[in-house]
Write a protein that binds this ligand. Structure first.
Ligand SMILES: C[S@@+](CC[C@H](N)C(=O)[O-])C[C@H]1O[C@@H](n2cnc3c(N)ncnc32)[C@H](O)[C@@H]1O
Length: 303
């Protein structure tokens, strides 16, 4: 099977995080079958394919059609060693069954948003770029951020901001949103950012981050059901991984990282390889500041 001659054929839209560390913990072997549950632009998958040649395979799951298309192009030189599914990683089991595969040698989840998504105003992930209030990684899914902001009652909105964003001003912000939407439907990121900033008195606004940061993070987690999807995989690891198979998860916020930590710890069939999470070195953070909050945890399935 083909090994691409250019070892880094990446479109420079998203830089894979903790790349060497993922390969070290996943330890791909020739002939192995690996799942990349968050394919994105295919940066990690490319490296895994290079490390499990000539006959190892990667099955990539991706729910964002634009990312999937770019990854497919990038990974085409690997031929049948790479297979992509336009699917939520919570459906890994169904995806494997359809392919007639029982269990795999490794799973990678690189959670969160890709730079491709975050830097596109029209996707609505960033309070810094004006665009439609959307935030869906998967355009087939509902509700969007706009639907949540305009349709949920005040208490439910406040709970989202508080539990997913750790936003202490959640109730105040929710009240302002409800008052505003009674006049005008809230449809853009900058409109929402303005409401949040206006809702919180200066003395309660965070000093180091933008006043809307936590609300935007919370909404994104809710829209994409991030914790629910992660829980599905964490609860079915034993059905997906072969004995000796490895799982690597990169989290970008503490809710995800805590979930991974406890689910790994509570699973008697797993041996945890990372007592503490592995974080990017200073050089990686300098080269790619977005890597700064990444935390990698890894484990293997006992034999
Ligand atoms: C941080 S990026 C991954 C980047 C990738 N590792 C690379 O090197 O290019 C996360 C990707 O996972 C996708 N994603 C997030 N949650 C998903 C889910 N539940 N199912 C499938 N894909 C998901 C997002 O659309 C995004 O493209």
């Amino acid at each position: 099977m083909v090994q691409p001659s250019n070892p880094d054929s990446s479109p420079k839209i998203h830089t894979p995080v903790l790349l060497e560390e993922v390969i070290r913990f996943l330890a791909p072997v020739d002939g192995g079958i690996y799942i990349d549950g968050t394919l994105g632009l295919g940066g990690h998958t490319e490296k895994i394919l290079q490390s499990c040649g000539p006959s190892g395979r990667v099955i990539g799951f991706e729910c964002d059609a634009s990312a999937l298309e770019l990854a497919r192009k990038r990974l085409a030189p690997f031929g049948e060693r790479f297979h992509a599914q336009y699917r939520n990683y919570a459906e890994i089991m169904a995806g494997l069954t359809e392919m007639g595969i029982h269990k795999v040698d490794g799973i990678l989840l690189d959670l969160g948003v890709s730079s491709l998504q975050f830097d596109s105003g029209e996707r609505g992930f960033s309070y810094q770029l004006n665009g439609p209030l959307d935030m869906r990684m998967d355009k087939r899914s509902h509700p969007s951020a706009e639907e949540i902001i305009n349709d949920l009652d005040r208490e439910d909105l406040a709970d989202i901001f508080y539990y997913y964003g750790d936003e202490r001003q959640a109730r105040r912000i929710a009240a302002h949103i409800v008052a505003e939407r009674a006049q005008n439907r809230i449809t853009t990121t900058s409109h929402l950012a303005r409401i949040v900033t206006g809702a919180v008195p200066r003395k309660f606004q965070p000093r180091k981050i933008h006043a809307a940061t936590k609300v935007f993070q919370a909404l994104r987690i809710a829209v994409n059901k991030e914790l629910d999807n992660l829980t599905v995989v964490l609860d079915t690891i034993a059905k997906i991984l072969k004995p000796g198979g490895r799982i690597c998860i990169i989290a970008f916020h503490s809710l995800e990282d805590r979930l991974v930590k406890w689910k790994f710890k509570d699973n008697p069939e797993l041996h945890v390889l990372t007592k503490k999470p592995v974080i990017p070195c200073a050089e990686e953070i300098r080269m790619n500041p977005r890597s700064r909050s990444a935390k990698l945890r890894a484990a293997y399935m006992k034999g």
